[in-house]
Ligand binder design. Structure first.
Ligand SMILES: Cc1ncc(COP(=O)(O)O)c(C=O)c1O
Length: 389
């Protein structure tokens, strides 16, 4: 069989499932308004939540780093790629999160895979939420530990698993997303943290979408729930609200030392390029200096939920800047996405395997710099298209 024949056969199966995907081409700087395949639209699909990716201070920091250090780090962290800039970023991230230490990874995907496989192995136990991000799922599979998938947010089911499978001699990892990326709800951290502790489990929290957007100072869901000092391993990305690229794992100094020594997705890859490191550092300063961005982001998301809700379109269980509108069918969802694009709004249709079968949805993400009128106009367009109210 030729490669093209193999591809055609496999793609036929994708098409038959109604999950065929193609890439859209966007033009211009990351902003609330962009060009998608030539048409100017309001962007309600990205994760540049705080509109920092093209902020002058972020861009200037990246430019300076490119001039002074170049566009690559020139090696992996353990082979001549460890710059003073990486160490500075990690110290600042650790301080921001109130953790002992942090370690940068190339992506959030690699951070989750690298942390999970460093901490548990065959014979150990992982308890993971049913809606965990793909990077957590893949990390769990790679670790070869026993993986038990717990119904979403179900603390009783989690405790039952802990009771029946955890034991003092068995390393146990409980994994949760701070914000669930396709539903916009949060992990019940106020209860989850003490539960994991009671059973002697390690808690890994992936707060990819909470970092910079939630909590009084933008530290994310642990700050929102008052448990920021109690997270064993805290991963997050620099590529969403922080407007750059890359990721981190934060925790104790011992954790950092372990990851440097055994985490394969940290060891066997190039160090983050200087412009991305400096962009992330500038964004961290802006998160501290401009709290209005996260306040406004959450207010706009609330406004959207209210506007839709009062016209009969539920957005549950969202309580964050990720606002889903459940449609159900794959084709209906993607057709709605296209019609909204024609009206000048880019919201992303999401299908299996990003979400469970039969729960395809629009995933809407406002930005801190959208106007109230733009959010209202989007709600009106959705109502008009769905045919309610
Ligand atoms: C919950 C969650 N974790 C991790 C990631 C991966 O982060 P990155 O884009 O930095 O690889 C994402 C992004 O898609 C995410 O939504």
């Amino acid at each position: 069989m030729t490669i093209d024949a193999i591809a055609a056969e496999l793609l036929d199966a994708v098409r038959a499932r109604g999950t065929y995907r193609s890439l859209r081409v966007l033009t211009g700087a990351q902003a609330p308004r962009m060009r998608v395949e030539g048409r100017e639209v309001l962007l309600f699909a990205g994760s540049n939540y705080l509109d920092l990716a093209h902020h002058p201070e972020v861009v200037e920091a990246a430019e300076r780093a490119a001039r002074d250090y170049g566009c690559a780090s020139g090696g992996s962290r353990l082979i001549c790629g460890n710059l003073d800039l990486h160490e500075a970023l990690e110290s600042e991230l650790a301080k921001f999160l109130g953790q002992g230490a942090a370690l940068a990874f190339a992506t959030g995907y690699m951070a989750n895979v690298g942390v999970i496989t460093a901490l548990v192995r065959e014979g150990d136990l992982i308890l993971s939420d049913a809606l965990a991000h793909a990077s957590i799922v893949d990390g769990c599979r790679l670790s070869r530990a026993e993986v038990r998938v717990v119904p979403h947010g179900d603390l009783d089911a989690l405790e039952a698993e802990l009771r029946s499978r955890a034991s003092p001699g068995r390393r146990t990892l409980v994994v949760a997303d701070g914000v669930y990326s396709m539903d916009g709800d949060t992990a019940p951290l106020a209860e989850l943290v003490p539960l994991a502790r009671r059973w002697g489990a390690i808690l890994l929290l992936d707060d990819a979408h909470g970092t910079g957007t939630l909590g009084a100072t933008g530290r994310g869901t642990p700050e929102l729930f008052g448990v920021a000092g109690e997270i064993d391993v805290w991963t997050g990305t620099l590529g969403k609200a922080l407007g750059s690229f890359g990721a981190f794992a934060a925790g104790s100094h011992a954790l950092r030392e372990l990851l440097v020594n055994v985490s394969r997705s940290f060891i066997f890859t190039c160090a983050l390029p200087p412009p991305q490191v400096e962009a992330a550092r500038a964004a961290l300063r802006l998160v501290a200096a401009e709290p209005w961005r996260r306040t406004r982001l959450q207010a706009l998301a609330q406004r959207l939920r209210t506007r839709l809700g009062e016209r009969g379109i539920p957005t549950a269980p969202s309580t964050t800047q990720i606002v889903p509108v459940l449609i159900g069918g794959n084709q209906a969802t993607m057709a709605l996405c296209e019609r909204l694009l024609e009206r000048g709004f880019y919201t992303q249709g999401i299908r299996h395997p990003s979400v469970p079968e039969g729960t395809a949805r629009l995933r809407i993400t406002p930005m801190a710099t959208h106007s109230e009128e733009e959010v209202d106009a989007l709600a009106d367009a959705i109502v008009a298209e769905i045919g309610l109210a």
